[in-house]
Design a protein around this ligand. Structure first.
Ligand SMILES: NC(=O)c1ccc[n+]([C@@H]2O[C@H](COP(=O)([O-])OP(=O)(O)OC[C@H]3O[C@@H](n4cnc5c(N)ncnc54)[C@H](OP(=O)(O)O)[C@@H]3O)[C@@H](O)[C@H]2O)c1
Length: 298
């Protein structure tokens, strides 16, 4: 792999995704900043990114991608391949927060959340992996959350979406290691981005109203998250360090946050347990990273 990489990012209109693109491009990496509706609702964001790219001569290209739409994902991946010839790194970042008591979240709200926060990565990885497997190299980065490891009341569905993403990303690690492809999980704590303004609220107010003191959980949790949020550039610097870590030397999980409630401890324990599980199933050797080995076919 070249030291300058081709990176495709989902949800690049605002927040982390936008910062990742700018930070990586300033280090010379080619960035495909994908977003929904760059010609309409996100026209201002797309134009600001293009203006910055022109002003600083940065290799950033804006592409349209809605991660809930297979065809849209396919078109963006094809466009990136047509332009750059390869994709070295995918950053699965698109996602949103759903706040409210679990019983007050409708089935439709839950499905929509999973469709973005979990199935979005399934779609993007399925579109990008044939190219990475042909290249015999690549990195899938999944933007999970501290809430992919710990559970907050009134954030159960958000946590579930990130727990699901963690399981998927970890399984990818084991399955792709033999083909020289890494799957990595980044778990940010709370950071200042538009995420809080974009939060979806549980729709069934009637049920919420019957919960007594517990109905204050969403306000308490959201207040605590936003009042302790860190500077999002820290997360962009963490992504840059991951992207620039040599192939085969990356960790599966990275936690970065303004407060640590013990996510690193859970990660360390999980690593030990998983090592035993893989050994017990006779899978330890086959799940080790092998650089560009010709295992598997495309
Ligand atoms: N900020 C935090 O404290 C924090 C902590 C841990 C994890 N995270 C995770 O970090 C990621 C980015 O969030 P953020 O904090 O940067 O908030 P944000 O500024 O609201 O960014 C979310 C991005 O996801 C995009 N998105 C939503 N649905 C999409 C879809 N169907 N297709 C494509 N893009 C879609 C949004 O695009 P539109 O402009 O089109 O809506 C936006 O660009 C999320 O996965 C979030 O769960 C955030």
């Amino acid at each position: 792999m070249n030291s300058k990489q081709v990176v495709l990012i989902t949800g690049s209109s605002t927040g982390f995704g936008r910062l990742f693109g700018e930070t990586l491009a300033r280090k010379g990496h080619t960035v495909f900043a994908t977003m929904r509706d760059p010609g309409g609702r996100n026209a201002k964001n797309a134009s600001e990114i293009r203006t910055l790219a022109e002003k600083e001569s940065l290799p950033i290209h804006v592409l349209e991608m809605d991660v809930t739409d297979d065809a849209s994902v396919g078109r963006a991946v094809d466009a990136a391949i047509a332009k750059a010839g390869r994709i070295d790194v995918v950053i699965n970042n698109a996602g949103y927060y759903l706040s409210g008591l679990e019983e007050a979240v409708t089935t439709e709200q839950a499905q929509r959340l999973m469709d973005t926060n979990f199935l979005g990565s399934v779609r993007v990885n399925r579109a990008a992996l044939p190219h990475m497997r042909r290249q015999r190299s690549g990195v899938l980065i999944h933007i999970s959350s501290g809430a992919g490891r710990v559970v907050l009341p009134s954030a159960g569905f958000y946590c579930a979406s990130k727990f699901a993403l963690e399981a998927l990303a970890e399984a990818y690690t084991y399955e792709l290691a033999g083909q020289g492809i890494e799957s990595v999980i980044l778990q940010p704590g709370q950071y200042e981005t538009p995420v809080f303004g974009n939060t979806v609220t549980a729709a069934d107010q009637g049920r919420t109203d019957t919960y007594g003191p517990a109905k204050e959980f969403p306000a308490k949790v959201n207040g605590a998250l936003s009042s302790t949020a860190g500077n999002a550039q820290e997360v962009a610097e963490a992504v840059l360090r991951i992207v620039e870590t040599p192939m085969g030397e990356k960790q599966l999980r990275y936690f970065v946050g303004p407060q640590d409630f013990g996510v690193d401890e859970i990660n360390a324990l999980s690593k030990r347990v998983q090592t035993s599980v893989l050994e017990a199933f006779g899978l330890a050797a086959d799940t080790k990273f092998r650089k560009g080995k010709a295992a598997g076919t495309v």
